[in-house]
Design a protein around this ligand. Sequence first.
Ligand SMILES: Cc1cc2nc3c(=O)[nH]c(=O)nc-3n(C[C@H](O)[C@H](O)[C@H](O)COP(=O)(O)OP(=O)(O)OC[C@H]3O[C@@H](n4cnc5c(N)ncnc54)[C@H](O)[C@@H]3O)c2cc1C
Length: 573
Amino acid sequence: MPRSGRGVLFPNLIPPNGDIAKRQRGFNHQEKSTEDLFDIRKFLRIIIIKIRSLMNRRKYVEDLKKQSEIVWDIIVIGGGATGLGVAHDAVLRGYKTLLLEQSDFAKATSSRSTKLVHGGVRYMAQGDLFLVMEALHERGLMLKNAPHLTFNQEFVIPVYTLWDAFMYTVGLKFYDLLSGRLSMGKSYFINREKTLSRLPLLQSKGLKGGIVYHDGQFDDSRMAFALAESCADKGGMVLNYFKVTNLIKDGNGKINSIRAVDIASGDEFILRTKLVINATGIFADEIARMDNPESKPTIRPSQGVHIVLDKSFLQSNSAIMIPKTSDGRVLFAIPWYNEVVIGTTDTPLDSISLEPVALEKEINFILQTAEKYLVNPPRRQDVLCIYAGLRPLAANPDNPASTREVSRRHKITLSPSGLLTIIGGKWTTYRRMAEETIDRAIKAGLLKEAKCVTYDLKLTKKSSDISTERLNIYGDHSIDIEKMISENPSLGIPIDTRLPYTRAEILWICRNEMPFTLEDILARRTRSLFLNAGVSAEIAPEVAWLMAREFGYDQKWQEEQVYAYNELVKNYL
Ligand SMILES: Cc1cc2nc3c(=O)[nH]c(=O)nc-3n(C[C@H](O)[C@H](O)[C@H](O)COP(=O)(O)OP(=O)(O)OC[C@H]3O[C@@H](n4cnc5c(N)ncnc54)[C@H](O)[C@@H]3O)c2cc1C
């Protein structure tokens, strides 16, 4: 859409005179709110929206202040896949549950995955059959329970020797077998011609054929929001930007409260609880040290890097899986929205960070490996986004330096003072990990008995196989966004044609999903940063303006947010 035409198409939200820069200079919160208040219908609509919000941070914080004497059944620390899964399970069993996340939900590892709902073909090769079987079962449940965010993805393993063709065909038949009645489709061998018709841009030199198999694919951070919203809907409280700073014990040395800081206001809270669950992924040892300063390291961080390219580099709806790259690692090239994600690496690290940065050697490794398999080899300047994530692998006490041999299975431990910690695992198994964590607390007598109900709990009322309709990523709430667009069609136009997201989505997100920073919207509630980091920086001023308008922030806030976002984007390019 031409920038000069926006004022006409988007009459309620754009000042009449200008492009984004002018609009920012001309933004005056005082004028805007006075003008809005005169429009009583608009004012009432905003009030109704605020009351009906799915999640409302301001209200939660006010409630916490008012009810400072409340004793929670469970406080979960960490708002990634693991913590949200645990809180979700707990709320649904009827426990009074509070989840605290120091940054944004899914800010750390849980928005930086390969986006696979999978058993893990490579873990089968490592002989970890129990892990594969468990993950395949959970894969099936996740696809059934969250059909709006997951779908069945076809993969092809290209083979260049007859031995590999035999090995992988047998191996994937076994993978099918392990998935039992929750199979997503049979695997089978295809000849060279059929492989090339599925993957027209695959290097054909020496190609013998391919093995087709199926796994799931999903949007990781949108899944996190689906869990957070379901928690809130069922009466739990989930708070982002709320950092746990200490654990407090009673006279018997048992944890009975936590100290936490509201990052938004700097206010400190002491919150009472019967049970604290440490679900902080790579940060789990920091929480463990709050419990016992002498506690030994349990996490071995390992960095995985992905690059995102235009889909034209793959030109296929099938994904490629390379089981053994030059250094023995697995590499995927997977269609994701309108792009293709290629990764991942596995580099042991000694330090952890909320914002890990890809190493140049990791990026080069991915590009060089892609060059071996793709007819049009991607160059550095073709990369739309580079993202790094840290696996919270449970350390192997016998070989702490290694990451590849460390089991990907989760580990649950209970400290003498009652800190229940869950580490490791995968996004795919989040539900099972949560069930086992709460069961463990019940078994230890920390909670009264209640049955897990998440096995077939749907996160949307929509039927399966609807993930092709783009707004379905918002589940049942897509209707609300569609309504906004039908009332004001200009809201339905993408902010930039190179990304799918519309203004209606940004406004809906502001009202319902507790974004606090510009990054929260561009990186995790929409996937703009991950799909195209450069374009996401271009739309940042407009999204900041929309946020400011919704929340009543001033121009300084917008400028600071856009500056911080531009700094962040440098790590993704
Ligand atoms: C590169 C890569 C690819 C992957 N691909 C896949 C895949 O395709 N499929 C799959 O199933 N799995 C995959 N995984 C694994 C999966 O992403 C992780 O197992 C999962 O996201 C871990 O979630 P988590 O909640 O344990 O950790 P995190 O997502 O890191 O969440 C922990 C949270 O705790 C918060 N926190 C820490 N300290 C505090 C505090 N003091 N107070 C409050 N909050 C705090 C952090 O801010 C953080 O948000 C992948 C992992 C990586 C690294």
